[in-house]
Design a binder for this molecule. Structure first.
Ligand code: ADP
Ligand code: MG
Length: 754
């Protein structure tokens, strides 16, 4: 009999990072900043906090803080370290956004990076900590980047105050130059310690073909094949989101059920089924959405899980009965497979199962999202099945709104995934895409901060009282133009205080780039949409307009709500069907645009009318198809409306807005108010119709002049205002097709123009 404590101790001794303890601790003693690189599973996260603890870094007043970009890691690592150290969770604790077990005895605190950022807001010097470890820095989440930037300043300040503090940045892949070679961040490059991990060879097998549509089907079949034909060893499957994970888990469990007597697995399945039935049922009513599930800023981890449910609307897996489609494998109980899901938002007890050995005689198969790439190391994996994709947040530079999309992952991340197969013995990685496709992957995933517009980020940083965002030492800096433009926009929206007017141009320039946040800005910062739309929400209280503003903002942030009926038709039949549907949509758009005063809200009235009508009809696929609306877009608008309603209520509880699915159209005076609110948000997108006497060039006929463009822009023939051609309009965006067309146009009264 070997006690569990002995097992843990022996496993610990095999970790590569243990061999480096002395070097690591020396470096930490002699430097304020240290970068530590090592393969996933080499023991960084679990061991380094223990080294620090043993060396006395938590014996004074300060404690050891560890940040993780993902909640899963914060929770599970705190438990693991407590167990390894034989200490209670009162001492080794965690804090994630809404929960935690931190006590006054806590000495090692695992937390999400967002939690530490909030703490910096309360105590800039972080005096409670003697060391901060920023873990998983390779993920380059916006919060991690901002934390490293902040700590590069906080640590020297602490040293100056005679309260020394250390920063350790830990990373899995070896691309740390963004930190070490960045003089603005660290004037003296910090030492980099590399932990050499023992890694067994992994044979990589590429697919000949790359399935573009049904890659989850391909994943399922490949996993079945491995299980049937290959020698023992755990299988780790990489998918992109929670819904996919559940669907593949269910199919695998059906194909390789346990024999009677394995109660654990049996309850597991039925529990999951119950949850799914519930989820499916829930989707028919307007969901109450957690404020944190959607944000213009990457609030924290778990992104890949968040569109679960809605996302899978078309994945008919959910609807598959037991008489499943013929692509399913025939159930084979002689080959039990112990199938476990793993994703960020999974309950911790469920997550912990992946670390335990599978039931005797069964093979372990973990179906995971990106969390298994670097955050968690699952023991005993010999086979990896990689779909090659990842679900990521994308930011629309035009609308400023984020969306989740599945795209190819990077080469570095595909290699990380493959590496999971060679931790305990030589392994195999099956990539469900061709080597040519792999060759086209980017080498590394880009730092999130460079892929997005920054006005929302700047607003969030100002909300953290970082006034001079331009001087901020980002590991990867957004472009200067992007920062300046963001600041100007925020001043014009009233989110930042006007810069003081001084005589000197230079001083003014500088002041313009360090405007402090205003009370309005604080309110705007709490809405999960881009600042232009946040401004509209902040103004929405007038004349009971909020429900309309919320609906319009939700509709404007979803890219395209109408179906593309101008697509080329494959046959004559289809062509006439399309023509019919186009006529129907045109008719509906006229109806939704309303009459009289409503007409002047223009395309935004059409959006409002469409959302109202669709909700009134229960937001069904049938209604959308009959009326030329994109069903997915309408579902997303529904989610957003719920969420924005929650957000508004939490900022101003006295308004008590709710989502009304039988919303009456706005009154005439409400329409006027809505137009003014829209102007307040889109004020920098104002356009003036070109006057008769200015018509030097025929191309300006019916054209509009905007401050930023030299060329005229036009109202599109499909716009509700095409025939009206008001003197002044605001627009949502300009899209260049055959001409430069404004989209989302709304009329502005000349006397409102500043
Ligand atoms: P790194 O941070 O370098 O990726 P970790 O410290 O997370 O490495 O992991 C070191 C080892 O500890 C891994 O082999 C992993 O399997 C094991 N481990 C981590 N957490 C647990 C846990 N909760 N239960 C069992 N083993 C664990
Ligand atoms: Mg780790």
């Amino acid at each position: 009999f070997i006690s569990p404590a002995v097992c843990v101790r022996e496993a610990r001794l095999r970790l590569p990072v243990l061999a480096e303890e002395q070097g690591i601790m020396e470096a930490v003693r002699e430097n304020s900043f240290v970068v530590l690189c090592g393969e996933t599973g080499s023991g960084k996260t679990t061991q380094v906090p223990q080294f620090l603890y043993e060396a006395g870094y938590a014996s004074g007043t300060g404690i050891i803080g560890v940040t993780e970009p993902r909640r899963v890691a914060a929770v599970s690592m705190s438990h693991r370290v407590a167990k390894e150290m034989n200490l209670s969770t009162r001492v080794v604790s965690y804090q994630i956004r809404y929960e935690g077990n931190v006590t006054s005895d806590t000495k090692i605190k695992f937390m999400t990076d967002g939690v530490l950022l909030k703490e910096i807001q309360k105590d800039f010097l972080l005096q409670r900590y003697s060391v901060i470890i920023i873990d998983e820095a390779h993920e380059r989440s916006v919060y991690t980047d901002i934390l490293i930037g902040l700590l590069s300043r906080i640590v020297p300040l602490r040293n100056k105050k005679g309260l020394p503090m250390k920063l350790i940045v830990m990373s899995a892949t070896l691309r740390v130059e963004d930190f070490t070679e960045n003089r603005k961040l660290f004037p003296n490059p910090p030492p980099v310690i590399k932990v050499e991990a023992r890694q067994f060879p992994v044979s990589v097998h590429f697919n000949k073909r790359t399935p573009l549509e049904d890659y989850t089907g391909e994943v399922f079949h490949k996993t079945c094949k491995i299980h049937r034909m290959l020698p023992p060893g755990g299988i780790l499957v990489f998918l992109t989101g929670q819904a996919e994970v559940h669907s593949v888990c269910r199919r695998l469990r059906r194909a390789f059920p346990f024999r009677k007597g394995n109660t654990e697995a049996a309850t597991d399945t039925s529990d999951e089924m119950k949850k799914f039935k519930k989820a499916k049922h829930k989707r028919t009513s307007l969901p109450r959405i957690d404020l944190d599930n959607y944000s213009a800023l990457p609030v924290d981890e778990g992104d890949e899980d968040r569109l679960a449910g809605i996302d899978d609307e078309e994945g008919s897996d959910l609807e598959l009965g037991d008489d499943a489609a013929d692509t399913e494998e025939k159930a084979d109980p002689s080959l039990p497979l112990y199938v476990l899901p793993l994703y960020s938002l999974l309950a911790p007890e469920q997550q912990a199962k992946v670390f335990r050995p599978p039931p005797h005689g069964a093979r372990l198969c973990v179906v995971a999202t990106n969390v298994a790439e670097t955050s968690l190391t699952i023991p005993g994996i010999k086979y990896v099945v990689d779909c090659g994709r990842v679900k990521k947040r994308f930011y629309d530079r035009v609308t400023g709104v984020s969306s989740f999309k599945v795209s190819w992952t990077s080469q570095a991340s595909a290699n990380q995934r493959a590496g999971r197969a060679g931790r305990t013995e030589p392994g195999h990685c099956y990539r469900l895409y061709s080597s040519a496709v792999f060759g086209d992957f980017s080498l590394f995933s880009e730092a999130e901060i460079t892929r997005r517009p920054v006005e929302d980020l700047v607003l969030q940083m100002k909300d953290l009282n970082i006034d001079k965002v331009v001087n901020f030492p980002f590991p990867t800096t957004p472009s200067a133009e992007a920062l300046v433009a963001a600041e100007q926009l925020l001043v014009s929206l009233g989110a930042l205080e006007e810069p003081p007017r001084t005589g000197r141009v230079k001083e003014m320039e500088r002041a313009r780039l360090s405007c402090p946040i205003s009370p309005l800005g604080r309110a705007m910062a709490s809405f999960p949409v881009s600042p232009r739309y946040a401004k509209m929400l902040a103004l929405g209280k007038q004349q009971d307009c909020l429900p309309y503003v919320i609906a319009v903002v939700a509709a404007m942030t979803v890219r395209e709500i109408f179906e593309d009926l101008d697509r080329p038709a494959g046959s004559e039949d289809e062509s006439s069907r399309l023509a019919q549907r186009r006529a129907r949509l045109a008719q509906m758009r006229r109806l939704w645009a309303g009459q009289g005063a409503s007409l002047l809200l223009g395309d935004l009235m059409v959006l409002l009318g469409a959302v109202g009508a669709c909700e009134f009809a229960g937001c069904t696929l049938k209604f959308c198809e009959e009326n030329g609306l994109r069903y997915k877009a309408m579902l997303e608008i529904r989610r957003l409306r719920g969420q924005l309603t929650n957000a508004v209520n939490s900022v101003c509880p006295e308004v008590g807005v709710f989502v009304d699915c039988k919303m009456a159209p706005p009154t005439e005076s409400q329409v006027v108010c809505l137009r003014q609110i829209v102007l307040a948000g889109l004020g920098d997108h104002l356009a003036r119709r070109v006057q008769q006497e200015e018509l030097l060039d025929p191309k300006w006929r019916n054209g509009y002049k905007t401050p930023l463009l030299d060329e005229p822009v036009y109202i599109h023939p499909s716009s509700a205002l095409f025939k009206t051609l008001p003197q002044f309009v605001v627009y949502q965006e300009v899209l260049e097709t055959t001409k430069m067309y404004m989209r989302g146009v709304s009329a502005v009264e000349p006397e409102w123009v500043p």
